[in-house]
Design a protein around this ligand. Structure first.
Ligand SMILES: [Zn+2]
Length: 278
């Protein structure tokens, strides 16, 4: 997920009177389907690498479980491998879901180590800018979060909103399942050696090579399209004045010019977001 979350933009956005005046910008674009054909080959390539990794983890678990000499350390390795296997199973479900989405997704090459998820306001499609397969996994996890109503896009600007540290925990845990070294290579307060060690505190400690905290602008509490005024105030206390005029039951869906997923039920149930959204 791009960390270039603009508070200036959200300030303007939230400052606008939250009244529905143009229904065309309120919902996701209809009629587009799944993965854009121009990147089907690259999509399939990442998918195959993930399937192969899943098979190799499964075989590694089976091999250790059969071993007569499996000690405590071996037992811990099996636990970690099983955690990673579960993570890859979830990623494979996400891949299948995105392939059937009523939104269109397109892959573009990342010119930096960091990928991003954005909305192409002209082509009306969601852009996954990715490099490695670990990177691909991170960004499609954010895509699933869009499908589940955890994040939203601006209809006219290259911006996304409602990111929180929990979204990044999930994305880095998914990335870890495929390639732990890609997570260990990051500059953090500590090296994450298991998915459980990837916490909101760990994400908050990530920094760029020049020492800037990567996710300092992300909300520290969980927010999504159902978050009401009180939650948004907690997430973005610096915008108290902008939220003041809101009714208590308004959410970011009431802001104009927002792209959000209306039909989240299938994804939320499938990915286990249901409790979060209720
Ligand atoms: Zn991210």
């Amino acid at each position: 997920m791009s960390r270039h979350f603009s508070y200036v933009v959200i300030l303007n956005l939230i400052g606008l009177a939250p009244l529905a005046t143009d229904s065309s910008v309120w919902s996701s674009p209809p009629a587009t389907k799944g993965i854009n054909a121009t990147c089907a080959g690259e999509w399939a390539w990442h998918k195959e690498l993930i399937m192969d990794k899943r098979d190799s983890l499964y075989n590694a678990i089976t091999g250790r479980e059969k071993s007569q000499r499996c000690n405590d350390r071996c037992g811990r390795e099996i636990t970690l491998l099983k955690d990673r296997l579960a993570g890859l199973d979830k990623i494979i479900r996400i891949i299948h879901m995105l392939e059937k989405s009523d939104d269109e997704y397109i892959l573009r090459p990342a010119h930096k180590a960091e990928g991003s998820l954005s909305y192409d306001t002209h082509k009306k499609c969601i852009v996954l800018t990715v490099g490695s397969t670990a990177n691909f996994i991170h960004e499609i996890t954010h895509a699933a979060q869009y499908e589940a109503g955890e994040i939203i896009f601006d209809a006219t600007l290259d911006k996304s909103y409602l990111q929180d540290l929990y979204d990044e925990v999930e994305a880095y845990q998914a990335q870890f399942a495929y390639d732990p070294s890609s997570v260990a290579a990051l500059i953090a307060g500590s090296v994450a050696r298991s998915p459980e060690q990837i916490t909101t505190q760990w994400v908050a400690g990530l920094q760029s090579s020049d020492g800037e905290k990567t996710y300092q602008e992300h909300s520290r509490i969980r927010v999504n399209i159902h978050s009401k005024k009180a939650t948004l105030l907690q997430a973005y206390p610096q915008f108290e004045n902008q939220f003041k005029s809101w009714a208590d039951d308004w959410t970011m869906k009431e802001a104009p010019g927002i792209i959000y997923k209306k039909q989240t039920l299938t994804f939320t149930d499938y990915l286990g977001y249901s409790q979060v959204l209720r």
